[in-house]
Design a binder for this molecule. Structure first.
Ligand code: PNS
Length: 162
């Protein structure tokens, strides 16, 4: 039985170990994951450009043939259909994520009933990890290496050393 393709969408500004855990677990449910950087209109100022984020993610997953990295500027469900994906994978952390995720999943379902949103609970270790908190700590010289892949840690250091 085929397990199909899922899109794992997000801003990934930058990718964290919480995202990495989701991808690893998502690969046990799906044959292939497309990690897709999409635009979140609520997030106005980005630290890394979309190209920088794509480059980082491509580098991190260069050995994983089941993971594709891409960027898309339009609607998530249109992108999913275009890629032949039948699912959207999202992680749920503390209860604060729920309302936003619920709303987005229902909207996506209304827009396209052929694409199912699948949620995985965040691992306990990553329940309070977010790209925003990582960025805030790194901005002020905080050590975030336990929360992000080594490449991201290097890029953050490079960025804030300037
Ligand atoms: O990591 P984030 O910022 O929580 O991810 C949110 C994202 C980028 C997945 C979401 O904003 C999104 O899907 N943007 C593309 C536009 C879209 O399809 N929005 C949802 C239906 S209105």
């Amino acid at each position: 039985m085929t397990k199909g393709i899922a899109i794992y969408p997000g801003s990934f500004d930058p990718v964290t170990n919480g995202h990495m855990d989701m991808i690893k677990r998502g690969l046990r449910l799906f044959d292939r994951l497309i990690v897709a950087i999409l635009h979140n209109p609520a997030k106005r100022s980005a630290l890394f450009t979309v190209d920088e984020r794509v480059m980082m993610l491509k580098d991190i997953f260069k050995e994983d043939e089941n993971v594709e990295v891409d960027a898309h500027s339009g609607l998530l469900v249109d992108y999913a259909e275009q890629k032949g994906a039948t699912a959207i994978l999202r992680g749920l952390r503390a209860t604060s994520d729920f309302e936003y995720e619920f709303q987005m999943a229902l909207m996506n379902r209304r827009l396209n009933r052929n694409v199912q949103t699948v949620f995985l609970m965040s691992g306990l270790q990553w329940i309070f990890t977010s790209s925003s908190i990582v960025k805030e700590a790194a901005t002020f010289g905080g050590d975030v290496k336990s929360m992000v892949p080594p490449l991201v840690n290097d890029k953050l250091k490079e960025r804030f050393a300037k």
